[in-house]
Design a protein around this ligand. Structure first.
Ligand code: NCD
Length: 302
């Protein structure tokens, strides 16, 4: 299935073929990225990067991906500097820019914002994170990183830890993983930050799902830690109760060939000492954001 001209809003409706085609193209982009090449396939094309929420990796790697493909980037990283601060709606901002660009990349605090944007314009829209809902490009770079390290995705056990309620990365990653064969998803979180029930029900249709009652990292091929989404939790006490930490002691219990991942930014979830363990793959994961986003942009626009 071709992504040409499509929006990229959610991992929910993606199929295995689509995911595999992005992963295959990411591999090609990776060799060009490694050589620090700048390609010309997006010459004359413009991307609007509209970030209504803070971002380091996602925004920069989408921008750098577009530029490495030879394209141009406009937009804002702080909505206070845009007409949003004068009361302009997302709808009107999209309308203001659609004639100028070939692609929108949008991050927004409201669930459904990217979908709404996609409904008001014919220009393709990539969801770079909508509230606590979805973050599909992150899921693609997560899968790419897993595949690069483990040489496969089928048959893996993936344990996701932390804020599974508000963390959009685990939502997208779970749906994307569920399209592969014999995947087992394990979840461990404070009781108030569990995976949404409707997602667990959806996922159970496609793969094995297990909610753990203690932090048992011993069975997982991939341990995926996430930040407690402080900005989405109203009660500061609830935030304090949810804080956890993976350090060398926890890592000792992981399989020898397991991977420790994190979408970043980390706060206290992973002790800095863990960075030295060769199973820590989060900086590699972060780096992979560029070639994977080159592949997503190219699949949509080429
Ligand atoms: C994540 C996000 O924005 O959802 N960051 C990212 O894009 N790599 C994770 C987070 O903010 O905790």
């Amino acid at each position: 299935m071709s992504l040409k001209g499509s929006d990229f809003i959610s991992a929910v409706g993606m199929d295995r073929k689509e995911i595999e085609s992005i992963l295959a193209l990411s591999e090609k982009m990776d060799s060009s990225f490694t050589k620090k090449e700048v390609l010309s396939e997006m010459e004359g094309k413009f991307m609007a990067s509209l970030f209504y929420e803070p971002s380091t990796r996602t925004q920069q790697s989408f921008g750098s991906a577009m530029k490495r493909l030879g394209g141009e980037v406009i937009g804002f990283s702080d909505p206070k500097t845009s007409s949003h601060s004068k009361g302009e709606t997302l709808h009107d901002t999209i309308k203001a820019l659609e004639a100028q660009v070939d692609l929108f990349v949008i991050r927004h605090p409201s669930e459904g914002a990217a979908k709404l944007a996609a409904e008001v314009t014919n220009v393709p829209v990539i969801n770079a994170g909508d509230g606590s809902n979805q973050h599909p490009s992150q899921a693609m770079l997560d899968l790419y990183t897993i595949k690069k390290e483990k040489k496969k995705i089928d048959g893996l056990t993936v344990l996701m830890i932390g804020d599974l309620k508000y963390g959009r990365t685990v939502h997208s990653l779970s749906y994307a993983l569920s399209k592969f064969d014999d995947v087992k998803l394990q979840y461990y979180s404070p009781p108030q930050l569990k995976m949404p029930g409707f997602m667990l029900n959806d996922l159970r249709n496609d793969c094995k799902v297990e909610e753990l009652s203690s932090l048992d990292v011993s069975k997982a091929d991939v341990v995926y830690a996430t930040r407690i989404q402080k900005e989405r939790i109203e009660d500061p006490e609830e935030y304090k109760r949810a804080v956890y930490r993976i350090d060398n002691e926890v890592m000792e219990k992981m399989k020898k060939d397991a991977m420790l991942m994190h979408p970043l930014p980390r706060v206290d979830e992973i002790a800095v000492e863990a960075d030295l363990d060769s199973r820590a793959k989060y900086f590699e994961q972060e780096r992979n954001g560029v070639p994977v986003r080159m592949a997503i942009i190219s699949s949509i626009l080429k």
